[in-house]
Design a binder for this molecule. Structure first.
Ligand code: ADP
Length: 633
C-alpha cells in the first residue's frame, strides 16, 4: 500500500503494546481476549497483593499493640519486685504474661545493669530463645527490634522501662515486715522527691510465626479466589467477544459474497445492539445495491432498445430516401408525359373546337329528330366528351404540388372512370359503380386521388384482360364510426398469390410484360394515400379476383393530438410529430402505421392502445368482398 510522505502508518499511531497486538496476527476476538485477560490478571494481582499486605499490617498492628500493652503491664507490676529484687515473684509475673498469649514467646525483667531478675523461659522450655544482647540498653516504648532466627522465625522484642517515682522513704519503710534480709540498696532510697527513675526493663518477645502461617493461608485463599474471579471474567469476556465476533464474521463473509457479485445474500439482524444495527445497515446497503444494479441493467436494456430503434429509424430513412428517389424518377417521367399530354391536348383542342362549332351549326340547320340530326347530335355529344377528357388530361398533366381542398371522394373516382371508360368498354369490362351520395368531404388533392384510382382501375383492367371479360365494382361509403371514407375497388381478374401480394407496393415490382408495366403505380398510390393520412389495403384470391380498399379520414375526424398525449402514446412531442406538422388529415396512428408497415408490421404497436386508433373500426377486408358474387355480376 502506498503511503504519503510524512504520513504515519496506522499501527505506529497506536500505543506500543496495542501496536504489538495489532501486529500479532490475532483476530479481533483473540486480541480482545488477550487484552482483557492481561488487564484482569493485573487488577486481581494488585488487589490480592494490597489485600494480603493490608491484612498482615492490621493483624501485626493488633498483635504489637497487645504485646506492648503486656510489656507495659509487666513493667508496671515489676517495680516493687525490682526494688526488692524479688526474683521468684518477678519470674512468676513474667510466666503469667508469657502464658496469656500464644504469640508471646518469652517475658523477662532485668535490672538497671541488665541482670535478669525474672523470666518466663521455664514455662516455654520447648523453645530456644536467645535474649537480645542489647537488653541492657534503653529502647523506647515504640521501638521494636526484630531478629531473624535460623529457624526462619521472626521475633519482635518489646522493651519497656521499669520506673519508680523517687520518694524520700527509708529502707526499713520499704521492707516488708519480717524481711530484713532483702537486698535493698542505697540508691533506691535516695533522690529528689517526685523524680521518675528507671530501675530496670521489662522485655516481651513476640513470635510472628502465627501471623506468617495465617498469611500463607490467606494468600492461598486469595489466590484461589483470584483464579476463580479471573477465569470467570475471562469466560465472560470470551462469551462477549464471541457474541461480537460471530456476527462480524458473518458480515465479513457476506461482504466477500457481495464483492464477488452475489447480491442475494442478507445477514441475520437480531436485537437492537450496535452489531444488529450494523447488520441492518448492511442489509439496507444490499437492498440499495440491488436497486442500483437493476436500474443499471434497465438502463443498459433501454439503451439497447434505443440503439435498435434508432437503427430501424435509420434503415427506414434510408428506405424512404430510395422511395423518394424512385418517386422523383416517376415524377420526372410524369412531368415529361404531362408536357407531352398537355401539348397533344392543346393541339387537339383547336380542331375539336372547330368540329364542335360546325356540329352546332349543323344541328341548327337540320330538322330535329331526323336521322341526320341524330348523327350530328352524336358527334356533338362525343365532342363534349372529348373536350372533358382533354380538360381532365390537362388537369392531370399539370403536375402541381399537393393542393388540399375539401373534396367529394366520388369526384376523382368519376374523373378516373371518365378517362378509362372507353378502354374498359372496349375490353368487354363492365363497371359496377356503387358510390354513396352525400358523403362527408375529405381533405385531399383531387388530382392525386384521381391518379390513385386510375392506377387501381387500370390494374383491374389488366387483371381481367387475360380472362376475356369481367367486372370492376367500385364502392364508396362511410366507415361504421363515420370518421373514414372507404373506397372499395374489386375485380374479377386473375387475382394474386401471397408472394405477389407481399411485393406489390414495392417500387418497380411488376408482373406485367416489358413495356406494359413499370411497377410504380401502386407504390406511388400508397405514398399519395399515406400523405393524405389514409391507408391502402389489399385482399386477393388467386383466379377469383382482387379487392383494394382505400380509406381516408373525413374532414373533421379528430386528430390524435386533440385526444391523447402524443408523447405518451407515440414517444414524440406534438411539435415533433410529422402528422401534426403537416396537418394533412393525418392522425398519429396513421403516421405510425406508415412507419411500421415499412418495417413489415401492419399495425403500430404503440398505438394499439390509442383512443384514435381504436376509433378506426373498419371491417376486415374478407368481409367486404365475396369474389364469387362479383364474378356473376
Ligand atoms: P404495374 O401496373 O406497372 O405493374 P403496379 O405497381 O401498379 O405496377 O402493380 C404492381 C403489380 O401488382 C402488377 O404488376 C400486378 O402483378 C399486381 N397487381 C396490381 N393490381 C392488381 C390486380 N387488381 N389484380 C392482380 N394483380 C394486380
Amino acid at each position: 500500500m502506498a503511503t504519503f510522505p510524512g504520513a504515519k502508518s496506522r499501527d505506529s499511531r497506536l500505543p506500543f503494546w496495542l501496536g504489538l497486538l495489532a501486529r500479532s496476527g490475532l483476530g479481533i476476538q483473540g486480541r480482545f481476549l488477550l487484552l482483557v485477560a492481561a488487564v484482569i490478571t493485573a487488577i486481581v494481582l494488585a488487589f490480592s497483593w494490597f489485600f494480603v499486605h493490608r491484612e498482615r499490617a492490621i493483624i501485626e498492628t493488633e498483635l504489637f499493640k497487645r504485646a506492648r500493652s503486656l510489656a507495659s503491664n509487666l513493667a508496671f507490676n515489676s517495680t516493687l519486685g525490682v526494688l526488692t529484687r524479688d526474683t521468684s515473684g518477678l519470674s512468676e509475673l513474667a510466666s503469667g504474661i508469657a502464658r496469656s498469649e500464644d504469640d508471646i514467646v518469652y517475658a523477662m525483667i532485668v535490672d538497671k545493669d541488665g541482670t535478669i531478675l525474672g523470666h518466663s523461659l521455664s514455662a516455654r522450655v520447648d523453645q530456644v530463645i536467645e535474649i537480645p544482647d542489647d537488653v541492657t540498653g534503653f529502647v523506647s516504648d515504640a521501638d521494636m527490634q526484630s531478629q531473624k532466627e535460623e529457624s526462619q522465625e521472626y521475633l519482635v522484642h518489646f522493651i519497656m522501662p521499669v520506673e519508680r517515682v523517687k520518694q524520700d522513704i527509708s529502707r526499713e519503710e520499704l521492707l516488708l515486715p519480717g524481711d530484713e534480709t532483702s537486698n535493698l540498696s542505697g540508691p533506691y532510697t535516695q533522690g529528689k522527691e517526685g523524680e521518675i527513675e528507671e530501675i530496670g526493663k521489662a522485655v516481651v518477645g513476640v513470635s510472628l510465626l502465627g501471623i506468617q502461617s495465617m498469611m500463607a493461608q490467606l494468600k492461598l485463599i486469595v489466590a484461589i479466589l483470584a483464579a476463580i474471579i479471573g477465569s470467570a471474567s475471562i469466560f465472560a469476556v470470551y462469551g462477549m467477544a464471541r457474541a461480537v465476533a460471530i456476527p462480524i464474521k458473518r458480515l465479513v463473509a457476506a461482504t466477500e459474497k457481495v464483492a464477488a457479485g452475489d447480491l442475494s445474500h442478507m445477514v441475520e439482524a437480531k436485537g437492537r445492539d450496535e452489531v444488529a444495527e450494523l447488520a441492518h445497515s448492511f442489509n439496507h446497503m444490499i437492498l440499495d445495491l440491488r436497486k442500483y444494479h437493476e436500474e443499471v441493467e434497465d438502463y443498459s436494456r433501454t439503451l439497447e432498445e434505443k440503439v435498435s430503434e434508432r437503427t430501424i429509424d435509420l434503415e427506414e430513412a434510408n428506405k424512404s430516401l430510395k422511395e423518394t428517389q424512385a418517386q422523383l424518377i416517376q415524377a420526372s417521367k410524369m412531368a415529361a408525359m404531362g408536357q407531352f399530354g398537355a401539348g397533344v391536348a392543346h393541339e387537339l383542342n383547336q380542331p375539336l373546337a372547330g368540329i364542335s362549332g360546325y356540329t352546332d351549326l349543323l344541328l341548327l340547320k337540320l330538322q330535329e329528330e331526323t336521322p341526320e340530326w341524330r348523327y350530328a347530335k352524336k358527334v356533338e355529344d362525343q365532342c363534349v366528351r372529348m373536350t372533358k377528357i382533354i380538360s381532365n388530361l390537362r388537369t392531370f398533366a399539370r403536375q402541381s404540388k399537393f393542393e388540399y381542398a375539401e373534396t367529394d371522394i366520388n369526384q376523382p373516382i368519376d374523373d378516373a372512370l371518365m378517362l378509362l371508360g372507353e378502354q374498359l368498354r372496349s375490353h368487354s369490362i363492365k363497371v359496377k359503380r356503387d358510390l354513396a351520395s352525400n358523403l362527408p368531404k375529405v381533405l385531399a388533392d383531387a388530382n392525386q386521388l384521381e391518379q390513385v384510382f386510375l392506377n387501381l382501375f387500370s390494374n383491374a383492367k389488366d387483371a381481367i384482360d387475360p380472362r376475356g371479360s369481367g367486372v370492376i365494382t367500385i364502392t364508396s361509403r362511410q366507415s361504421p364510426q363515420a370518421d373514414f371514407i372507404e373506397v372499395l375497388v374489386s375485380d374479377s381478374g386473375t387475382g394474386m398469390d401471397t408472394a405477389t401480394i407481399n411485393d406489390i407496393f414495392n417500387p418497380f415490382f411488376t408482373t406485367k410484360d416489358v413495356g406494359k408495366g413499370t411497377g410504380l403505380g401502386l407504390s406511388i398510390s400508397l405514398g399519395i394515400i399515406e400523405d393524405h393520412g389514409g391507408q391502402i389495403e389489399v385482399h386477393s384470391v388467386k383466379d377469383k379476383g382482387t379487392l383494394f380498399r382505400v380509406s381516408l379520414p373525413v374532414l373533421n375526424a379528430p386528430r390524435c393530438w386533440e385526444l391523447v398525449n402524443c408523447l405518451e402514446v407515440c414517444g414524440v412531442e406534438k411539435e415533433d410529430c410529422s402528422a401534426y406538422k403537416n396537418q394533412k388529415g393525418h392522425t398519429c396512428w396513421q403516421e405510425m402505421a406508415k412507419r411500421h408497415r415499412r418495417k413489415g408490421d401492419p399495425h403500430p404497436p404503440h398505438c394499439k392502445e390509442c383512443k384514435v386508433f381504436k376509433r378506426k373500426v373498419l371491417a376486415p377486408l374478407e368481409e367486404c368482398w365475396n369474389p364469387d358474387e362479383v364474378a356473376v355480376v
